[in-house]
Design a protein around this ligand. Structure first.
Ligand code: GMT
Length: 378
């Protein structure tokens, strides 16, 4: 029997993999009887305010004209201190080394408390910010002063050792999805609504359209597949690269074959009508969207970088391709879509991957074990 605990969670609550994982973990812990206190700049977007055992504490930042920059980190640390004391928290679980681990360490100190701090590294905090010499020492400090540090893949763990050099042991705990939300759905209605014929082959890409996602490679791959097979591409999400992608699609004369769907809530339905998912990023600590797609039975084509090879088993539940090699990506997709049996086997393997290696229950237990060990230490 796991003891019921009072857990504070700090994450970036806006749309993004780390916010999704932090919020879903909080919801799962609450369902398991723990009391969860989100301490964030705004209510996490996946909370509806009705969840039992979940409380939300918002950080208010004053923008005094005397400051050039609003002191968000100090305000967050103060809020963490307040919640640790008022709610009698057992521990804090923060997502991102900076600023969140550093704020939690300061908050704990302000509260005069000895509660444990768990820090989860998600990628951008290490692979992008870790190269900035003005932040590297703060990242190391956040890691060393946390009681337990986890990373979302072995690749990120190793990269953290290489780039930041901490002495702290880092444990890998993979991402997960809520299997109740992400499962194969009947999407024939949606397929018709999108103007896709029943037997049309569909590729899908979902991201925040940042440069690291290399969405241009996705469109380029699609253009090559489409020369051989009549296919459609669904682009879901929005972000800074969108303008360039729209232009690329126009130049390739593919406006009728590429559907720009913007940000969507019904992702599992969209995945369920798709035949393959593409994630050709140049940096990806894990690739949560791969799990979301696989949970709906969609084989994935991903670049062989970061944590992606820890999810995609080449030739089993999808294909790994060299970064930027869109010929290779297109060849694998064409081969799979032309071979019905292979496609069917890969769809089943994708479902099995989520069930066997990334099941939410398994991941929840790993985090609970860490929390328990911190309680025992006090
Ligand atoms: O990928 C992004 O642009 C968002 C980013 C974030 O910080 O929310 O995602 C990171 O964390 C996710 C959840 O652990 C991982 O699945 C993503 O791979 C990781 N992104 C990168 O490493 C670029």
């Amino acid at each position: 029997m796991v003891r019921k605990m009072k857990i504070g969670i700090t994450c970036y609550p806006t749309v993004g993999g780390s916010g999704v994982v932090a919020t879903e973990l909080g919801k799962m812990l609450a369902e398991h009887g723990h009391e969860i206190h989100f301490i964030t700049s705004s209510t996490p977007f996946r909370l509806n305010g009705m969840d039992a055992n979940i409380y939300s504490h918002q950080v208010d930042v004053n923008s005094y004209s005397v400051f050039q920059y609003a002191p968000y980190d100090i305000a967050l640390a103060t809020k963490i201190a307040e919640v640790i004391k008022n709610e009698n928290l057992d521990l804090m679980h923060v997502h991102y080394a900076i600023p969140h681990a550093v704020c939690a360490i300061l908050g704990r100190d302000m509260a005069g408390s000895d509660i444990g701090i768990v820090t989860t590294l998600h990628g951008t905090d290490i692979t992008v910010l870790g190269t900035d010499s003005s932040l590297k020492e703060a990242i190391r400090y956040g890691i060393e002063k946390s009681d337990v540090v986890t990373a979302v893949s072995d690749s990120l763990k190793n990269q953290t050792y290489e780039m930041i050099n901490p002495e702290k042991e880092i444990q890998t705990i993979y991402n997960f999805v809520d299997e109740r939300e992400y499962s194969p759905k009947d999407s024939s209605g949606l397929k018709a609504d999108l103007g896709l014929s029943e037997d049309a082959k569909v590729l899908i890409h979902v991201s925040n359209f940042r440069k690291v996602k290399r969405v241009m490679d996705v469109v380029d791959t699609f253009a090559k597949v489409n020369q051989e097979l009549d296919t459609r591409l669904l682009l879901v999400g929005d972000g800074p690269e969108m303008g360039r992608i729209v232009q690329q699609v126009r130049e390739l004369n593919l406006e009728k074959q590429v559907l720009f769907l913007g940000k969507r809530d019904n992702l599992s339905e969209l995945y369920s009508l798709s035949d393959a998912k593409l994630l050709l990023s140049e940096k990806e600590a894990f690739g949560l969207v791969l799990l979301e797609a696989m949970a709906c039975g969609v084989p994935c084509i991903g670049s062989s970088i970061g944590g992606i090879p820890e999810i995609i088993n080449h030739g089993e539940n999808g294909f790994l391709v060299e970064l930027g090699n869109t010929d290779q990506a297109a060849d694998f997709i064409i081969g799979m879509l032309k071979d019905e049996r292979m496609h069917k086997e890969m769809k089943s393997a994708a479902l099995a991957t989520v069930k066997e290696r990334f099941h939410s229950k398994q991941i929840l237990q790993q985090y609970e074990k860490i929390y328990e060990s911190l309680l025992d230490r006090r």
